[in-house]
Design a protein around this ligand. Sequence first.
Ligand code: NAD
Length: 483
Amino acid sequence: MSTATPAPLRDADAPSGPSAVGDVVAGARAAQPWWEGLGFAGRKKALDAWRVLILRRADELVDVIRAETGKTADDARLEVVLVADHLRWAAAHAGSVLRRRRVPSGLLMFNQSATVEYRPLGVVGVIGPWNYPAFIPIGPVGAALAAGNTVVLKPSELTPGVGRWLADTLAEAVPGPAVLRIVTGGGETGAALCRAAVDKISFTGSSATGRRVMAACAENLTPVVIEGGGKDAMIVAADADLDAAADAAVWAAMSNAGQTCVGLERVYVVAGVADRFLRLVGDRAAALRVGDRPDADLGPVLLPRQIEVVRAHVQDAVARGARLVVGGAESFAPPHVAPIVLADVPEDSVALTEETFGPVLVVNRVASVDEAVDRANAGAYGLGGSVYTRDRSRGRAIAGRMRAGMVSVNAVIAFAGIPALPFGGVGDSGFGRVHGPDGLREFSRTQAVTTQRFRPVLQPNSFGRDPGTMRTLVRMVRTLYGR
Ligand code: NAD
């Protein structure tokens, strides 16, 4: 595989635009009973074959991702690794998580056996972002398929080739009706998918678009998962391993040129260690290589309008008294932005209240971990977070106080690499979960079934009940649960 950024694929023959959505959804609906009929074991075999093919062609997928996003080869390889791991997990665990199981029927309904199972919804629509065009969609796509649904994926208009590559390799690995279908296009195509009476929409993108997606889904009461933006914070306690924390902070803030939903945008470091931490962060950030060179650590910031957002956040912070530790106006050489580290940024400036989504890290000092928690929790977003302290149990306690869907202690973004963990946020970061058992259930409809094993001694659910039945029942409940 070459190290230079490959040329983008042409989006030749994928169905495209709002008018194509109906037929694509109809095709997915027609294929669904066949796919559901394969059962958990059959679907596992199919999804395993897909994963093996993906890994056999990993270099090709890396090239397609890079051609459309410009990200570095290592950033693209990381996506492929995560794709394989998450797909393996969903295929391997769908049966144990979703298949029918008995639950206790309780003393009052002892004559019934009770079961719960998670059935496929039907057709799931997945709307993806461009920044992790393989890894992010594979969460909902893998879980929905493993649960027995068929899927219509609308990849970002910036990354249609990655979506098509995924669908084509699945079709190649699994003969039969296509169970993952693609429709390409921009926001209008996404909106058409929301209105196409699919059985659920899984949306990943900005929180602003998430609001529009939810409004469109409301028209048909189509349920929706929203994986929105983030403004993740790291808390560095006085006893933290500062080298490890600085190394992790710079990677989490700058990898993928800062265009990561769970990328690090804010650090709250306790005052006593703040100067040393800032020096370590500054040295590391300043040493990163940027540009088209083969050994670059940071590729481009893909969207020109995002570069302007990044610039505006930095300018506003500096105008309001923030200190530039690394970079500044000279960091902007579109499409590239070199790392920028800011310190002492006012908490109400846009660099701290809105998603920057570029290679910018704000490091603010705080008097205590309590203050760090308060500041970390102050914003509208609540996606991921991290805590650095040598005391692991204290780290877990601090994590528990963070208003975030996912937190890593003494690591960054570790939760995204553990397929058994649910992924998702709170507040403006959205709701619902992909990955893990929660992710599998997200793309299922829960069905509760009772089966009468024998006639009950007391039968309250009948107009022909004995006049004493209710009195006896109330007495029983008082005896059992009244103290
Ligand atoms: P975006 O919101 O611009 O677009 C996301 C997708 O929505 C695209 O496929 C787009 O075509 C589609 N879309 C746009 N308008 C639509 C509409 N009206 N109806 C339906 N679909 C519509 O986001 P982006 O620039 O592709 O991605 C970056 C954003 O995604 C960042 O905010 C980032 O934090 C977020 N993100 C979140 C997660 C997560 O898991 N929470 C993961 C990756 C990215």
